[in-house]
Design a protein around this ligand. Structure first.
Ligand SMILES: Nc1ncnc2c1ncn2[C@@H]1O[C@H](COP(=O)(O)OP(=O)(O)OP(=O)(O)O)[C@@H](O)[C@H]1O
Ligand SMILES: [Mg+2]
Length: 482
């Protein structure tokens, strides 16, 4: 289902432009011009995100935001504010609004922010099922001993406000665990804010986390409320914690020790009541030995440590995971889940899985597209994995002849879903080359491709190209072993 956006904007011309922009991105938009009507609509149907003007007829902006927030504490509210009302917008972020945007809004910036807010909203609301066959879209699947142990640990620590460090290789399910911990905590009705420490440029991360006062650095035109303050009473998930710089590590340590934050450039000590969850794929003991990570911070973070097994250490879970992904993607592609040969599953169990569950998920998805509408055979999965690991793949043929070949196979009824096949074949190569050429600079690569930074980050993670997990940028795929 398309994510829904409630748009409250009294300027009809602007509203029309915004609606077009958002619909083109695939969002379902409901629009109203009045604050009181906006509130009524939100009461009828919970939107995924609210995008609202601050000066509105019917109800003033601040009242609207505090009432919306009281009604749906987990719905992110983005305010669009004209110059001169920034102070009010900042007040509103203290009342629970998610983010504000200066008018006139730059389309790219607006879409970036909406995408982040939607992801934020889904993380809070989409339930992660625990070990029960997985009928939800998100589930922790697997009955191996290692996973049983994880479920037990989740049960033990979820409800307590203790800090948890989630460790595990890339794609092993760390984010899923963080969400499960949040959903089973006594703070489940409060905010869950995830910050990916590796995706935010170093210079902006501290302000993102702790906020800043006006004028605290060039470009700080107004005060900003940081994510810690916004998460008050709730949970903050610090993802890729191993990538923090020493300066930020020191500040975070202070927060954990004293339970207060200080905005950049401010002297006020602001008490915060926030539960911290953190995750990393890095070997922190080694980082400590190399003086890249503070030992005292490590001890503060790892009060409880959940260590996720690699997929190759729990191959008995592969059949269940495969069935889970077949169901999930059957829903997405439309149609019922295809069957898969037992030999194919056996063969999958013998693979090394450097990208863990995420990699298995990608293989199943592609094998489904390759096999459609027939059952998945061992040849299909072998072909997909071979194609994945031989990176240049499709690109080594000329594009035109590759497309011609695909189309003629479609004509003969041998393949279906040529569009998706082609995209799936080209994407890893495109992203690998772009990030390599940009020397790991994600913002630059995203600009070249004309996509959002968020999308860029998602794709890099999806294809195992995220620079933070390889020594030289973009080498993720090359370092795979068969
Ligand atoms: N036990 C599991 N059962 C079902 N799906 C899983 C499981 N573990 C992970 N997944 C799926 O695998 C994908 C990757 O999971 P997730 O993003 O949580 O991994 P991660 O450890 O945070 O990876 P990274 O280190 O790359 O950030 C997601 O699509 C998630 O739904
Ligand atoms: Mg993750």
């Amino acid at each position: 289902m398309a994510p829904s956006i409630l748009l409250i904007e009294d300027d009809a011309r602007l509203a029309e432009i915004l609606q077009k922009l958002l619909c083109r991105e695939g969002y379902a938009v409901v629009w109203t011009t009045r604050g009181d009507q906006g509130l009524a609509l939100a009461r009828q149907q919970r939107p995924d995100v609210v995008l609202t003007d601050l000066k509105l007829p019917g109800l003033d902006g601040l009242t609207l935001i505090s009432q919306l927030h009281a009604l749906h504490p987990k719905v992110p509210i983005i305010m669009m504010t004209a110059h001169g009302t920034t102070e009010t917008a900042i007040e509103a972020t203290k009342l629970g609004a998610y983010e504000y945007l200066l008018k006139p809004c730059e389309p790219r910036e607006l879409l970036d922010l909406v995408a982040t807010a939607i992801a934020h909203s889904q993380r809070m609301t989409e339930v992660v099922e625990l070990g029960e066959g997985g009928t939800a879209r998100f589930a922790l699947v697997g009955q191996s001993r290692a996973m049983q142990e994880i479920y037990k640990q989740i049960g033990r620590v979820a409800a307590t406000p203790v800090t948890v460090l989630i460790r595990g290789e890339t794609g092993s399910g760390k984010e899923l665990i963080a969400r499960a911990l949040y959903q089973h905590s006594d703070r489940a009705d409060k905010a869950f804010i995830a910050v990916n420490c590796a995706a935010i440029p170093e210079t902006l991360l501290e302000s993102e986390l702790f906020g800043h006062e006006r004028g605290s650095f060039t470009g700080a035109h107004a005060r900003r409320i940081g994510r810690f303050e916004q998460a008050e009473g709730g949970t903050i998930f610090l993802d890729e914690i191993g990538d923090l710089t020493p300066g930020t590590q020191a500040k975070l340590l202070r927060v954990l020790q004293e339970r207060t934050i200080q905005r950049l450039g401010g002297d006020e000590l602001i008490p915060v009541n926030v539960r911290v969850l953190a995750a990393t794929h890095r070997d922190l003991e080694q980082a400590i030995a190399e003086k890249e990570f503070r030992e005292d911070l490590f001890y503060r973070l790892s009060v409880v440590t959940l260590r996720l097994p690699a997929l190759r250490e729990r191959v008995e879970d592969i059949p269940e995971l495969v069935r889970f992904f077949l169901r999930r993607y059957a829903q997405e592609f439309g149609g019922s889940a295809p069957s898969i040969e037992p030999e194919a599953i056996q063969w999958l169990q013998g693979q090394a899985w450097p990208g863990n569950v995420r990699e298995l998920e990608n293989v199943i998805r592609q094998a489904m597209l390759l096999a459609r509408p027939l059952a998945i055979t061992i040849e299909h999965v072998q072909q997909v994995l071979a194609r994945d690991r031989r990176l240049p793949g499709a690109a080594s043929q000329t594009l035109a002849s590759y497309i011609a070949e695909l189309l003629s196979r479609a004509q003969r009824g041998e393949v279906e879903g040529v569009y998706w096949r082609l995209i799936a074949d080209m994407e890893p190569e495109l992203f690998a080359q772009a990030i390599r050429l940009a020397q790991g600079n994600q913002a630059k690569a995203a600009r070249w491709l004309g996509i959002t930074r968020l999308k860029m980050h998602e794709k890099l993670v999806q294809f195992g190209l995220h620079p933070s997990r390889s020594d030289n940028s973009g080498a993720g795929k090359d370092s795979r072993s068969a």
